[in-house]
Design a protein around this ligand. Structure first.
Ligand code: URA
Length: 210
């Protein structure tokens, strides 16, 4: 992937996103749409994966058939909202390895603090896809990618549902080598750090919390 930011403008993605943005959409509806949309985004984020060939026997004859090359992908959920994307992506790539990064914001320093970190081994040999539905300020995304790089990851992509220009700029400054794939680039952040027009708090909407 060469572009730093890819907005997936597929009509199905855009239609599903509109329903997700609508505040009258139920928790169950939101979760189901997130699962569906994450598969369409996963299709995009993996469209240039390298292939090799494998010799197989069809019922008719032998053939050298295309197969994914290299080690299994690593999907990294940035807790907690990343789990909503993870479910759908895993359905499409069931053999992927899975890791979790948990960060909270220190109320005094406003900096992300790590509370959980468990990732697959040999990250340096895998395509690593970091998952977080909302790229808002970019602080936690940048911190999560810092940690993944410390663990050896060299080929990382960031998959989100919505991005704010502020978050994209922050990521570009800190991690210009990490392409971002999103369903939409929204207008801005508001004073509380929410994406505008956005969809509200993604975690609350998918888990039914307040
Ligand atoms: N996180 C969210 O869940 N929503 C936003 O708008 C910004 C960050």
């Amino acid at each position: 992937m060469t572009e730093h930011l890819t907005v997936v403008r597929h009509p199905l993605v855009q239609h599903k996103l509109t329903i997700m943005r609508d505040k009258s959409t139920s928790t169950a509806g939101f979760r189901q749409l997130l699962r569906e949309i994450s598969q369409l985004l996963a299709y995009e984020v993996t469209r240039d994966l390298e292939l090799t060939t494998r010799s197989i026997d069809t019922p008719i004859c032998e053939m050298d058939a295309p197969a994914l090359r290299g080690k299994k992908l690593a999907l990294i959920s940035i807790l907690r909202a990343g789990n909503g994307l993870l479910d759908g992506v895993l359905e499409l790539i069931p053999s992927a390895r899975v890791g979790y990064v948990g960060l909270y914001r220190d109320e005094e320093t406003l900096q992300p603090v790590q509370y959980y970190y468990k990732v697959p081994d040999e990250l340096e040999d895998r395509l690593v896809i970091a998952l977080d539905p909302m790229l808002a300020t970019g602080n936690s995304s940048v911190a999560a990618i810092d940690l993944l790089k410390k663990s050896g990851a060299r080929n990382i992509r960031f998959l989100c549902l919505l991005a704010a220009p502020e978050g994209v700029a922050r990521m570009k400054e800190a991690h210009p080598d990490v392409p971002i794939i999103t369903a939409a680039l929204d207008d801005r952040l508001n004073e509380k750090g929410y994406i505008v027009p956005g969809l509200g708090d993604a975690g609350d909407r998918m888990f039914g919390t307040k």
